[in-house]
Ligand binder design. Structure first.
Ligand SMILES: Cc1cc2nc3c(=O)[nH]c(=O)nc-3n(C[C@H](O)[C@H](O)[C@H](O)COP(=O)(O)OP(=O)(O)OC[C@H]3O[C@@H](n4cnc5c(N)ncnc54)[C@H](O)[C@@H]3O)c2cc1C
Ligand SMILES: *[C@@H]1O[C@H](CO)[C@@H](O)[C@H](O)[C@H]1NC(C)=O
Ligand SMILES: *[C@@H]1O[C@H](CO)[C@@H](O)[C@H](O)[C@H]1NC(C)=O
Ligand SMILES: *[C@@H]1O[C@H](CO)[C@@H](O)[C@H](O)[C@H]1NC(C)=O
Ligand SMILES: *[C@@H]1O[C@H](CO)[C@@H](O)[C@H](O)[C@H]1NC(C)=O
Ligand SMILES: *[C@@H]1O[C@H](CO)[C@@H](O)[C@H](O)[C@H]1NC(C)=O
Ligand SMILES: *[C@@H]1O[C@H](CO)[C@@H](O)[C@H](O)[C@H]1NC(C)=O
Length: 530
């Protein structure tokens, strides 16, 4: 394209947009022919011809603003199905017309994989935002939840039927259950009940041939792969059937913050020794960031211990006194509340927010960010923590969240589902850098986080250096076209899945040998036997 002379350029552009219009028209016709019920074009099919509605739907749930910048490739159109047969038609027509498909549920992918394709054109977005039914069956202790629902809506619908039931998945309530649960789904009840994906008992998906399959029809290998193998590789999740878990009528939450002059480093060192071993009804994560040091100027590091205890405050205080007195938790720090209100608290809603807000399914914030993850097997020494503080103090808006493991998480075998980070993991770290301005150069932030990642290498898991698939990180490597190199993919595949990667590849080869469901980090099939 660089060689096009400027006089040819307008003609080229005209031809290009004419081709796009043709593709859009043809695609819509194909969808209509292959759907059981009619598609309401005006509210289901968005093209750049109406740029305001197209932009609105494209950006609606896109969480990482980095992937909405003008320089980033845009889809030919966005299709928002209102019926399952529309999803089947989208798969059939994508294959027939050669328009690459990206599926989006809640839009929280860290690398924008649900709404941006860096290497395949043309592409479109299949946005499941209008497929968001939730049917809770307390008698059966289960619920069928549709892919486009947010996890916050799921929590709300459960609590609406029973205050004694809950579900152990994400802390952030705007996550879409389609992408979230297929990548694992951890949250504040993980030490008691495991991941969201550990508590899935059935599913309905659209496969590569446009068929709808449940657990029985897809078979145990395929059902294994979708519970943790990561989104966009094994079909389109339409529904999950989840198993509900018991929650007590009263739970307790607290947030206690310590800065460097209050002994934050020593306290965090102690936390690393107890966080995975303490009573499994207790989940204490640590949110770490620089903060202004007050009148004297400068900055300090704050470590906020943000916790959920499945029980009352008195019991909690006894446990803390025995295992973690260094934090100095007092009764005044503790709030007894219901499980559903604890969800709002942990998600960061202001005190007093009504749970009905969860029905809006809205994200609390959006920004430009880059993130990475690590798993820790041995406590990080205090000297290394001091080096970490120095690095955090150099960056504009860094954040790191440390998330305890142990309890039920350690009692699942590594190959039970594709998610392999189990016994022996003390905690997971998420590294983040945020920025607010589109014009701001991302480069220094990207470089800062990569340097930090190098610095932390010796203190975290190695061979492989493990990472969480739901925190997609394209720095770990990526597929560059449809012909995926197995060797290249195994680099990041082993970080996300350890040895389970090879089983995922076997399943992929069986259920999607031509690699229809693909993206920059999808699971590759083995090449066809010639
Ligand atoms: C602010 C924030 C907070 C988070 N908090 C947590 C947390 O507490 N716990 C946790 O475990 N994770 C958390 N995450 C990570 C989150 O689980 C992942 O980003 C997850 O993939 C989001 O799912 P989604 O449907 O919202 O995203 P999407 O961007 O829609 O999808 C993510 C991936 O899955 C694919 N996909 C989407 N829908 C489907 C479908 N129906 N079938 C098959 N593939 C699909 C997409 O193509 C994409 O590859 C958080 C992320 C953010 C941005
Ligand atoms: C564009 O879409 C918006 C929202 O759907 C609608 O109100 C408007 O009439 C459309 N404009 C045109 C020119 O079709
Ligand atoms: C640390 O916190 C204490 C108590 O809130 C405060 O008085 C002190 O100024 C803080 N120190 C720094 C360096 O920010
Ligand atoms: C929220 O507000 C209620 C009532 O004002 C109060 O009792 C409770 O302690 C507050 N909770 C938190 C976590 O601040
Ligand atoms: C976890 O690993 C430790 C150390 O290897 C072992 O002692 C323990 O029995 C394991 N726990 C489970 C539940 O497998
Ligand atoms: C992928 O491999 C096939 C067969 O080897 C080849 O024909 C095709 O051109 C390749 N496609 C890309 C995008 O590299
Ligand atoms: C899955 O991964 C685990 C942990 O890496 C490994 O022990 C197991 O053998 C793998 N299972 C299969 C079927 O590949």
């Amino acid at each position: 394209m660089v060689s096009l002379s400027s006089s040819l350029f307008p003609l080229f552009f005209l031809l290009l947009s004419a081709a796009s219009a043709l593709t859009q028209e043809q695609f819509f016709q194909c969808l209509s022919l292959n759907s059981k019920i009619p598609i309401p074009q005006a509210t289901a099919f968005f093209t750049p011809k109406n740029i305001s509605s197209f932009t609105a739907v494209l950006s609606s749930t896109a969480q990482n603003l980095r992937y909405l910048l003008p320089s980033v490739p845009k889809p030919e159109f966005v299709f928002v199905p209102v019926h399952e047969s529309h999803v089947q038609a989208a798969v059939i027509c994508s294959k027939k017309l050669g328009v690459h498909l990206r599926v989006r549920s809640g839009g929280h992918d860290y690398e924008g994989l649900s709404y941006v394709s860096e290497f395949e054109f043309p592409f479109f977005i299949l946005d499941l935002a209008k497929l968001r039914s939730i049917n809770v069956d307390i008698q059966d202790n289960s619920a069928w939840i549709q892919a486009g629902a947010t996890i916050g809506e799921v929590y709300y619908r459960i609590s609406e039927k029973s205050q004694r039931h809950g579900f152990p998945a994400g802390l952030c309530t705007s996550l879409g259950v389609g992408g979230h649960i297929t990548g694992g789904a951890y949250g504040s009840m993980m030490r008691k009940y495991g991941l969201g994906a550990d508590n899935v008992v059935d599913a309905r998906i659209v496969d590569v041939n446009g068929r709808i399959l449940d657990r029985k029809a897809m078979g145990e290998d395929h059902f294994w792969a979708i519970r943790g193998g990561g989104g966009g590789s094994f079909g389109i999740i339409l529904w999950w059937k989840i198993k509900l878990v018991p929650v007590p009528p009263t739970v307790t939450v607290f947030t206690v913050t310590k800065n460097l002059t209050q002994g934050a480093t020593k306290i965090l060192y102690k936390w690393q020794q107890i966080a995975d071993k303490i009573d499994e009804n207790l989940f204490i994560r640590v949110i770490i960031q620089p903060a202004s040091a007050g009148a004297k100027g400068g900055r300090t590091i704050t470590t906020s211990y943000n916790a959920l205890f499945l029980g009352g405050a008195n019991k909690l205080l006894q446990i803390m006194q025995k295992s973690f007195p260094e934090l100095g938790l007092t009764r005044k720090d503790c709030t007894e509340t219901s499980w559903i209100k604890s969800v709002l608290y942990i998600a960061g809603y202001p005190n007093g927010t009504s749970p009905e807000i969860l029905l809006q399914g809205k994200s609390l914030f959006k920004n430009y960010f880059k993130a990475k993850s690590d798993f820790v097997k041995n406590p990080i020494p205090e000297t290394a923590l001091e080096g970490l503080w120095k690095r955090l103090l150099k960056e504009q808006s860094p954040l790191t969240i440390w998330n305890p493991y142990g309890g039920k998480m350690s009692r699942f075998a590594e190959s039970e589902i594709p998610f392999p980070h189990r016994n022996g993991t003390l905690f997971k770290i998420q590294w983040l850098s945020f920025w607010q301005e589109p014009k701001e150069n991302a480069k220094p932030h990207m470089e800062w986080i990569r340097r930090l990642y190098n610095y932390m290498g010796p203190y975290v898991s190695g061979n492989p250096r493990e990472a969480y698939v739901n925190y997609r990180d394209l720095d770990l490597g990526m597929n560059r076209n449809k012909n995926v190199s197995y060797i290249r993919a195994s680099v990041w595949g082993s970080k996300y899945f350890k040895d389970n990667f090879s089983r995922l590849v076997r399943v992929k080869t069986k259920v999607d040998p031509d690699n229809f469901f693909r993206h920059e980090q999808s699971i590759p099939p083995l090449p066809h036997a010639q």
